[in-house]
Write a protein that binds this ligand. Structure first.
Ligand code: ADP
Ligand code: MG
Length: 507
């Protein structure tokens, strides 16, 4: 949603008698711009309140208060209104139409007296069409207020806001940094900043410029790195930029071919024919056989960034918070589209029994996920992975949820060879010095992870004994390993029987 449409939405709420608007955000400067832009058209006055400053009339135009200091006048607070209750009592008698922006106010509403007074003011405002706007980074309103308030979803900054931010920073830098950016570079910078708040975007650009006195094309990389950090700190997602994705997956020819075919779904031609873009895939199968690696490969093959959702971290002990977290995560993904959204081991967070004793939370979360999957319109490709089929809610496996469900079995001979080669090469070993056929045969029943483990263990031994890694050392490790396919033969056979008849194999 563009900022202009946010403003229109906000105005409509105000004129349609919504006397409490709650905005969960850390971006107060954008709230300020939103309110001021909206009020200019509506010709309404704006007041703001904080516990530190009390209630005061907001200066008419946003942006001239502290920044250029041209008028230099700080507005004066209205006497004795720093206390929330005093302020609300003051509002109680006011009859003219205005917007009252109360900063960090959610926490004060935990006090029953404040909450009561707040409701009375809101009730009165619903007749004269004044509005209370409350903001806080994270808000949990007590029950009656929760129903009476309307939650306004202030999306992350849109490309045009980010573009304006870059221009503003460049202007402010003046002679302190030399700017050498083509229109394409600026476009790339804006793309890289998507998913950041305005403040973060401004900081990262200013830092990039001032660190070496210039702002140039290669600074995009710095922005991308900073974004990865910002997203990680957000706590729900991890970000792997396309350029940093080095996933190397042996085998999986079927999946790779499917990805190649599906890619046309994102093309302009597909849009022209109104073809829906690919939605996502589910990869189920044996542990250690490359499902997680395959998820990274999807992003790599399509040269898209990867967002990994840590579904376990969505959980919050407060009712409604987990769904909110989910919403927050997918909003981030939507802001960054086109992107691959990877949900690893989905059965652990949204599975059938993971929800026992949590009051149906995982069911609700799963419900939110299904609805979102069905309705999402942006270019977000979901890759979900699962080890345990029996834990998955059957709805997830129904036709049409995912574009395809892939089953990953133990690697066959050709795949084991590819996996051996990938991992030997990665450890700087010359493939030609090994009897690959022997190793391929000896590792029958091994998963990719087990093959990798064998190579690591043998290389350790080689280092310790100060000799070259060779086939004999590898064979020694192989024969002393009991693969899961033997240790847990029944489990695996059950999985295979269930999956093989229903899903496409990755080969
Ligand atoms: N097909 C494969 N090609 C290359 N490496 C593999 C393959 N399968 C497994 N591996 C190795 O095993 C590790 C574990 O695999 P992973 O993708 O985490 O398995 P899963 O998610 O299915 O449990 C990987 O990091 C990789 O090093
Ligand atoms: Mg995995």
């Amino acid at each position: 949603m563009s900022f202009a449409s946010s403003v229109r939405h906000f105005q409509t709420l105000v004129i349609s008698f919504h006397s409490i608007i709650a905005i969960e955000t850390v971006e107060e400067e954008r709230v300020e711009t939103l309110i001021h832009t909206a009020c200019k058209d509506l010709q309404m006055m704006v007041f703001e309140w904080s516990v530190a400053q009390g209630l005061m009339r907001s200066p008419g135009s946003p942006g001239n208060r502290w920044r250029n200091g041209s008028d230099g006048q700080r507005p004066t607070p209205i006497g004795k209104t720093t206390d929330p209750l005093d302020m609300l009592r003051h509002l109680d008698g006011i009859t003219y139409r205005a917007i009252y922006w109360l900063k960090d106010f959610g926490r004060h509403l935990k006090d029953p007296v404040v909450a009561r007074q707040f409701r009375e003011v809101a009730h009165q405002f619903s007749f004269n069409r004044s509005t209370l706007v409350i903001t806080e980074d994270s808000m949990r309103l007590p029950s009656p207020l929760h129903q009476e308030a309307v939650y306004f979803d202030l999306k992350l900054p849109s490309p045009d806001e980010l573009y304006q931010t870059i221009s503003q920073v460049m202007r402010n830098l003046g002679s302190r940094a030399k700017v050498d950016l083509s229109p394409e570079d600026i476009h790339a910078l804006v793309q890289a900043m998507r998913g950041m708040t305005l403040k973060q975007a401004r900081q990262v650009i200013a830092y990039a410029a001032l660190a070496d006195g210039k702002l140039i094309a290669t600074d995009v990389e710095r922005v991308v790195q900073r974004k990865a950090q910002v997203i990680h700190e957000g706590g729900l997602l991890d970000y792997l930029p396309a350029a940093a994705n080095m996933a190397q997956l042996g085998g999986f020819q079927g999946l790779k071919a499917w990805l190649q075919r599906a890619w046309v779904g994102f093309s302009p031609e597909a849009h022209r024919y109104n073809l829906p873009a690919p939605k996502g895939i589910l990869i189920v199968g044996v542990q250690g056989c490359g499902k997680s690696l395959a998820a990274k490969t999807v992003a790599r093959q399509w040269k898209l960034p990867l967002l990994k959702l840590d579904a376990g971290r969505l959980y919050d002990k407060y009712i409604g918070e987990s769904e909110k977290n989910f919403h927050r995560a997918v909003t981030m993904a939507e802001t960054m589209a086109p992107v691959v959204l990877w949900i690893d081991e989905i059965e652990k967070s949204m599975g059938q029994t993971s929800g026992e004793g949590d009051g149906g939370l995982s069911r609700r979360l799963f419900g939110s996920f299904l609805t979102w999957l069905q309705e999402k319109s942006q270019d977000i490709f979901v890759v979900a992975t699962a080890n345990d089929l029996s834990q998955l809610p059957p709805e997830l496996l129904r036709k049409g949820r995912f574009d395809e469900i892939f089953f990953v079995d133990l690697p066959d001979a050709a795949e084991r060879q590819a996996i051996l080669e990938i991992h030997l090469q990665r450890r700087n070993q010359a493939i030609s010095t090994f009897h690959l056929d022997t190793l391929v045969q000896a590792t029958e029943g091994f998963s990719g992870a087990e093959i990798e483990h064998v190579i690591n263990a043998a290389l350790y031994r080689a280092l310790y004994e100060q000799r070259q890694l060779d086939t004999a050392l590898l064979l020694h490790e192989i024969t002393s390993t009991v693969p899961l396919s033997i240790a847990r033969r029944e489990d695996m056979q059950r999985l295979r029987a269930l999956a093989q008849e229903r899903f496409v194999t990755v080969r």
